[in-house]
Design a binder for this molecule. Structure first.
Ligand SMILES: Nc1ncnc2c1ncn2[C@@H]1O[C@H](COP(=O)(O)OP(=O)(O)OP(=O)(O)O)[C@@H](O)[C@H]1O
Length: 328
């Protein structure tokens, strides 16, 4: 049974422009996805793709116009209360806290709202602060306004964990964070999944998501444009390895050698005084490329000075499907 199921969800926003005119934005035009229990699933897309809208529907903050969605088996429309009891939500990491209160006081306030007794609240807040690393940083007693963005993100996740929910819905939890803080938050998300939680996380940074998600759905303008495991997506989208090689020879025939041994899509050469740089793109596997290059080395006595084989990142996958329309 999946942790999250989304079936053909549609949602439009209607806003008034002037006195009579209505503007309709179709934020979701029939989106489906499934997140297995205990899995990190990434929902990727450029700005305005519809990611936040879907998270809000799953969090029971917005009603869909059409379609079905279930969280841990509960219908987000008909069983909203039950859905709320099994989710933890992060919508905007830098909002929702009282700036003059400490992280600890903020969370105790929210824990009391969730129905914990004062004693229970204090105990649970300490646990979640420890879980996200704010306790060991000794940051829990500092006022919120002194928190860095990274600490604010951790506190948002701590808040989402107050009720120990099995499902986490995280909307861009690393947005605006510096590299180190983003890394810490990613590690935290992975640790939370290892504990058996189902996590749906949105983002638009392929590099980040590739490292933590076991499956991905890419949406654009309210439609799913690709989905699958990161590696499968790369293959399906026909992404190519980029091979850059420098040989200790000025040899214009080497491009022919390469093309004879490796299926090459695009090749370019740059001649220097005593070496040649060859750059090519191929759909062949890394192993096939290495075998081909070994063959060139052996058969033509070419000295290879350096060799770099770069795998396509999901950034490439994203550009391949979204084209020039991707956001920042
Ligand atoms: N309350 C609203 N009223 C009118 N239009 C809205 C509203 N909220 C979102 N939209 C529009 O719906 C579309 C989807 O927005 P949504 O916030 O879900 O996208 P997103 O993928 O989360 O983008 P971002 O990364 O910028 O937050 C956009 O065109 C947006 O302008």
């Amino acid at each position: 049974m999946s942790g999250v199921i989304v079936e053909n969800i549609r949602k439009s926003y209607v806003s008034r422009e002037g006195f009579r005119k209505k503007r309709v934005v179709e934020a979701l035009k029939g989106v489906s996805l499934a997140v297995r229990r205990g899995e990190i699933h990434a929902l990727l897309g450029p700005n305005g793709a519809g990611k936040t809208t879907l998270i809000k529907i799953l969090a029971t903050l917005l009603l869909p116009d059409d379609g079905k969605a279930y969280v841990n088996g509960y219908d987000v429309v008909k069983e909203a209360e039950k859905v709320r009891s099994v989710i933890g939500v992060v919508l905007d990491v830098s909002k929702g806290f009282y700036t003059s209160l400490s992280g600890y006081e903020n969370l105790v306030f929210y824990a009391l709202l969730k129905g914990y007794s004062y004693g229970e609240a204090r105990k649970r807040v300490r646990e979640v602060l420890e879980l996200v690393g704010l306790y060991e940083m000794n940051a829990h007693n500092r006022p919120y306004y002194t928190y860095s963005l990274g600490m604010r993100a951790r506190l948002s996740i701590a808040k989402a964990l107050l009720t120990n929910p099995p499902v986490l819905l995280l909307d861009e939890p690393t947005l605006g964070l510096d590299v180190e803080s983003a890394k810490t938050v990613r590690k935290l998300v992975m640790d939370l999944a290892k504990e058996g939680r189902t996590i749906l996380v949105t983002g638009h940074n392929m590099y980040e998501i590739e490292q933590i998600a076991s499956s991905i759905t890419i949406i654009n303008k309210g439609l799913v444009i690709a989905s699958g495991a990161p590696a499968d997506l790369k293959t399906r989208l026909g992404l190519m390895l980029r091979v850059s090689m420098r040989i200790g020879d000025v040899n214009s025939n080497v491009a022919e050698y390469v093309k004879n041994l490796i299926p090459v899509e695009k090749i370019s050469m740059e001649f220097n005084a005593d070496s040649t740089r060859i750059v090519f793109y191929t759909k062949a596997s890394r192993e096939e490329v290495i075998q081909g290059i070994m063959q060139i080395h052996k058969s033509f006595d070419v000295k290879i000075i350096d060799l770099v084989i770069e795998e396509p990142t999901l950034e490439d996958a994203y550009i391949a499907v979204v084209g020039g329309e991707h956001g920042s």
